[in-house]
Design a binder for this molecule. Sequence first.
Ligand code: SF4
Length: 366
Amino acid sequence: MLKNLKQAYFLSDKYGLPELDVILMALNIRGIDYRPNLWKKPDSDVEEKMNRGRFKYLPFGEKEPFFFAGTISKDTPFLHNARYIFLNQEPIADAYMPENDTCDVTYYRRAGKAITMNSNSRSSCNGCEFCGTYNLDANDSGDLTTSESVKARMRALTDTNEDTDLSHIEDIGIVTGCFKDEYETVNYILMLRKTLRDYGFQGEIKYIGSQITSPKALDTLEKIKPFGMYLTVECFDRREQLMKPSKVKVSLEKGRQILKMAKKRGMETTFLYILGLDPIEKIKQEFPKYIPFLTRHPIVNLMQNYVPEHENLRDSEARSLDYYIKARLDIETTFAPTELRPRLWENYRAPWSTQYAGEKINGNRI
Ligand code: SF4
């Protein structure tokens, strides 16, 4: 994958990408070893339990911190020693202390202007081979499926952050995954809009999932705009093998129809994709088909191993960093003529860190 800085310089030269982007792609895919005892006495509580971690870090030469949320592993050239991040023993960044990456109920993004809610106890959802949320230490036992539980959570959130209300929040993303059916999902979103309005929230509700599929459901949701439809496509090949049946039911063509209908109703539209599961040729074929139906750049997640067995799910080409770089460049070529660009704060596992199709990417990262 990536052994050292010398190889990062080589790949950066070969593909014309910033070295930092090459290094951070490898960091996200391979994960990091956490050994605080190299710097100070180990915090055994953290060290022993953590198989996924999250932390801020500041690559040398950068002004704004980045955010890592990924695998803590021994099988990686990256090391966090509680002070610096190293690539094969060479320091590359200042590191903040990590915390356990749990499947939290709610958290802020976009410098405090966006909230993500795991509404429906996502750790209890299962069925997709590549998904690791049910392998995480869940911190989402108090689910947010009722108006009362949402109100209690919002009160706690605003108190903790000394906010008076949620009028400054621009979007709230809901990651549902596990509702019984479309009817229940739509009713939940309607309840959420009504409840959040009492807290001054007028921003966009982003639905991340694949349970809203009918024109009737979209007609209902059109009335509570601003609304974003984030379809979980995940992969193009081996869909029956890799995903739960309810997700497979939404074929690629059907997914594009849903996005088309949502866009026509004035909603924001995009899709989520895991990079590492499909052959490059398939990526080249499929991404362009979505362009007419999107208002936002696809959210491309570099595939991470939640458990070691996930390595076996990768496409055979996806064992080398060249695969991820080539796929990134193909996606850039597809979207460069459009105005769509990745929003960094929306995705901590993107193949893009500082540049897109030769342009610098700015804006919040966390
Ligand atoms: S729907 Fe699939 S990917 Fe989403 S939380 Fe459930 S198992 Fe994971």
